[in-house]
Ligand binder design. Structure first.
Ligand code: NDP
Length: 333
């Protein structure tokens, strides 16, 4: 396997006292999990889920040592099934990558070729990772709102966790698609960032949940993209207008949903689940195609901070504490 036999990867190890330590190690392609597709990873990214994996959260990863990274973009080295040719540029997001399968925080991955999609024209490998699972999930959420019949003329769309990865790209896509977007954030100082992405209004997290204990709240939103869950999602549902649609993809606030049935049975509100991990291939390609064309955020370059494997320690802690604005791209070149 020539000079690719050895490569650098971030490895998470469980120590004897059940702590988790992270270090950059030399690994061998031969030690990677089985699969018909070997990719030289150029870029990966940091998602909230990666931080959970890197710190030993059993809901994401149970087998250690482990290399996280639920996103990878790079060039095909070899493909036994013939689905791709050497040199093809591909994106991998979701499935088991970075969960129990060694992921994109290493210079090579070996995976089933069904997990990869061809890099669409219009985006670079780096841009694909500036989008990553977060961008994919944001776009899937907007696609589902669109398909549910939510139109710009219907009123304001709320995005929660708006400065985060999914939230910031959702704001940008919705604004580009002509919607009026209200961005809800816990970071007051990021108002300019959110307005720059196209938000028409920026509100605090508390504004969303005010009065959440009531059975229903005043109708405010034609639709919403929620990443927070918990009381936030409950309050969003209670303040969604008649016939509106809310997407649910995240749990940064809480995995619980303390809501009653009134938004559904009195206002016909719909709650749509968003899953990027097992998303079927046809839909996956459609979402990437939109991200490469009409939904490609014009501010993508400014939304992404770049770091190396060595920089991930600080970034991992930051994302766990809701401290990242925009996206983090990991450079593995
Ligand atoms: P980020 O950490 O980048 O963004 C989350 C944002 O939520 C933060 O930046 C912050 O934004 C806000 N936030 C953080 N903590 C809290 C809190 N306690 N209460 C309210 N708001 C909070 O994460 P991602 O955007 O990568 O992911 C967001 C969520 O979506 C995660 O739960 C993730 O697991 C999930 N996800 C699900 C996917 C799926 O397929 N279903 C795919 C991708 C992500 P602000 O300060 O602006 O409020």
């Amino acid at each position: 396997m020539g000079d690719m036999a050895k490569f650098k990867a971030l490895v998470v190890e469980k120590t004897s006292d059940k702590q988790f330590v992270r270090e950059i190690r030399e690994r061998s392609v031969d030690d990677l999990p089985p699969g018909d597709l070997v990719i030289r990873v150029h870029y990966s990214s940091l998602n909230y889920k990666d931080a959970l994996s890197a710190t030993g959260h059993p809901g994401v990863t149970r087998q250690f040592p482990h290399t996280p990274g639920i996103d990878a973009a790079g060039e095909v080295v070899s493909c036994e099934s013939g689905a791709f040719a050497p040199g093809d540029k591909v994106i991998v997001t979701g499935y088991d990558l970075g969960m129990e399968t060694d992921g994109g925080w290493g210079q090579y991955v070996r995976i089933p070729s069904e997990w990869a999609v061809r890099l669409p024209e219009g985006v670079t490998l780096r841009e694909a990772m500036a989008l990553g699972t977060a961008g994919f999930t944001a776009a899937l959420s907007v696609l589902k709102l669109e398909r549910a019949g939510v139109r710009p003329a219907d009123g304001d769309i709320l995005v929660t966790g708006a400065t985060g990865g999914v939230g910031s790209i959702a704001v940008s896509i919705l604004a580009a698609a002509g919607y009026r977007v209200t961005a809800a954030t816990g970071k007051e100082f990021d108002e300019d960032f959110l307005k720059g992405l196209g938000a028409t209004a920026v509100i605090g997290r508390d504004d969303v949940t005010a009065g959440a204990e009531k059975a229903l709240l005043a109708e405010r939103w034609a639709g919403a993209v929620d990443v927070v869950g918990g009381q936030t999602l409950a309050a969003v549902l209670k303040s969604t207008k008649y016939g509106g649609t809310v997407t649910c993809c995240g749990l940064v606030g809480s995995p619980e949903l303390p809501v009653n049935v009134y938004p559904f049975i009195l206002r016909g509100v719909s709650l749509l689940g968003i899953d990027s991990v097992q998303c079927p291939r046809g839909l996956r390609e459609e979402v990437w195609q939109r991200l490469a064309t009409d939904w490609k955020p014009v501010q993508l370059g400014e939304m992404a901070t770049e770091c190396t494997l060595a920089g991930l320690e600080v970034m991992t802690q930051a994302i766990l504490h809701g401290g990242i604005t925009g996206r983090v791209v990991v450079n593995l070149l």
